[in-house]
Design a protein around this ligand. Structure first.
Ligand SMILES: *[C@@H]1O[C@H](CO)[C@@H](O)[C@H](O)[C@H]1NC(C)=O
Ligand SMILES: *[C@@H]1O[C@H](CO)[C@@H](O)[C@H](O)[C@H]1NC(C)=O
Length: 416
């Protein structure tokens, strides 16, 4: 062979090898089924994110005055760090019915911190069994549940089964779901006048998530269709914003819709509903400033486009100093202050204040938004029903301002 022929042969082999290498890398991790939440694009790169090593096993942790049973019921599917986004949310068994419509649009991993003191624990386990066996199969596949109860309200074990082994993944689907069988005021939590530690539940859900990108949200908030895939594509195109030292979080404008309306699955439908008054900015009647996003009026006007893009960026300052947005973040971001309970309000306020002191950018995305479960709120029930706790919370807030300023530094533009 001439040297030239040898070179051609060599190049030919290299090309064939590369073809098979790229072909193999471009196949999804797992070729079972068609999952829109599997992120095929990022898979071609080496994994861009690294995750904390979070144990998958069931374990007990004590967290202040609460016990937490992590991974009490786990999703069947185990995702890689960059393969999907984990929606993390607090709740109790009476919120769990929202998971059915939520999982249908979300189609990604979900981690729920369920507050379940005393006998509410057994109601929660039955609710989970109902959802896994009688409802949408995606729940079994994608949702993990972590259970939380007060150290003073440890559930009784039943039939001599230790609590830690007490989950039975079976439900007679001809029986109505547990939340339909009991009135709110008859739950163990209400009977014992226990406060709902939603920041503990938020932190538990977050710490148990196994993906790098997280969406700390709520079971009553619905994103648009195809959000997870679109956001991961956005992340791939904007890796800088997600790195270890980056200070960005990703805001979804939030809206509420009238009772009886269908939740819009894309921006175009949302815009129509805003025009005819069927949808409004979230809590417009309670605190407009809390949920007005940067360039919000332009956001509402702008026509829907393909995928997801950056729409506006800014700080939680000036006209946005009272902003309490819902946003996506990563594993590295700040946890919630567990001194706050739902009854006292302000549970999210301190969290976003800390992000202001740390000088984070709030990135607003163009085609993504959240819609609250139908029904427009007029007043906050906490003000009337739990005025003592609201007062106590105001006291705690005063101390926290100084604490956080000592930790992160003073910035006069940040308002608590
Ligand atoms: C996956 O989707 C493709 C095209 O949408 C379809 O032809 C195929 O049968 C699906 N495979 C499975 C396993 O559902
Ligand atoms: C938006 O949703 C509506 C109703 O579900 C649907 O008819 C329409 O085709 C969707 N538009 C786009 C751009 O996806």
């Amino acid at each position: 062979m001439t040297p030239k022929a040898r070179l051609n042969l060599f190049l030919g082999i290299v090309v064939v090898f590369l073809f098979f290498y790229i072909y193999d890398r471009s196949r999804p991790f797992n070729s079972v089924g068609n999952y829109s939440y599997i992120n095929r694009e990022l898979d071609i790169l080496t994994d861009p994110f690294t995750c904390n090593n979070i144990p998958e096993r069931k374990y007990l942790e004590q967290r202040g005055l609460y016990y937490v049973l992590f991974n009490f019921v786990v999703a069947q599917r185990n995702f890689g760090c960059s393969e999907t986004i984990t929606l993390t949310a607090p709740g109790d068994f009476q919120f769990l019915e929202n998971l059915v419509p939520l999982i249908r649009v979300w189609q990604g991993a979900v981690s729920i911190g369920v507050y379940a003191p005393g006998n509410d624990f057994h109601m929660a386990l039955a609710s989970i069994a109902y959802l896994r066996n009688c409802e949408e199969t995606l729940i079994k596949e994608l949702v993990s549940f972590h259970l939380i109860f007060d150290v003073d309200h440890v559930p009784n074990s039943q039939n001599n089964t230790p609590l830690i082994d007490s989950y039975i993944d079976h439900y007679d689907c001809s029986i109505p779901p547990p939340w339909e069988t009991i009135k709110q005021e008859d739950t163990y939590r209400r009977q014992n006048k226990l406060f709902y530690p939603l920041n503990v539940a938020r932190n538990v859900a977050k710490s148990a998530a196994r993906t790098y990108v997280l969406f700390p949200s709520d079971m009553e908030l619905f994103p648009p269709r195809n959000f997870v895939g679109n956001f991961l594509q956005f992340a791939k195109e904007n890796l800088k914003l997600f790195q270890e030292n980056s200070k960005s979080v990703f805001v979804l404008p939030i809206f509420e819709i009238e009772e009886g309306q269908t939740i819009p699955e894309n921006k175009t439908t949302l815009q129509e509903m805003l025009k005819n008054g069927k949808a409004i900015v979230f809590h417009k009647n309670i605190c407009l400033e809390c949920h007005k996003v940067i360039d919000g009026d332009k956001w509402i006007e702008a026509a829907e486009t393909e995928g997801l893009n950056l729409f506006s960026v800014g700080k939680r300052q000036g006209a946005y100093q009272y902003w309490e947005p819902f946003f996506l973040s990563t594993q590295k971001e700040q946890f919630w202050d567990e001194r706050f309970v739902w009854e006292g309000q302000r549970d999210k306020h301190v969290h976003v204040y800390a992000f202001c002191l740390m000088d984070y950018d709030f990135v607003v995305l163009d085609n993504a938004f959240l819609v609250h479960k139908p029904g427009i709120k007029k007043v906050k029930v906490q003000d009337e029903k739990y005025s003592d706790q609201v007062k106590k919370t105001k006291q705690i807030m005063k101390g926290i301002e100084t604490e956080l300023q000592n930790i992160y530094g003073y910035n006069k533009k940040c308002i608590l």
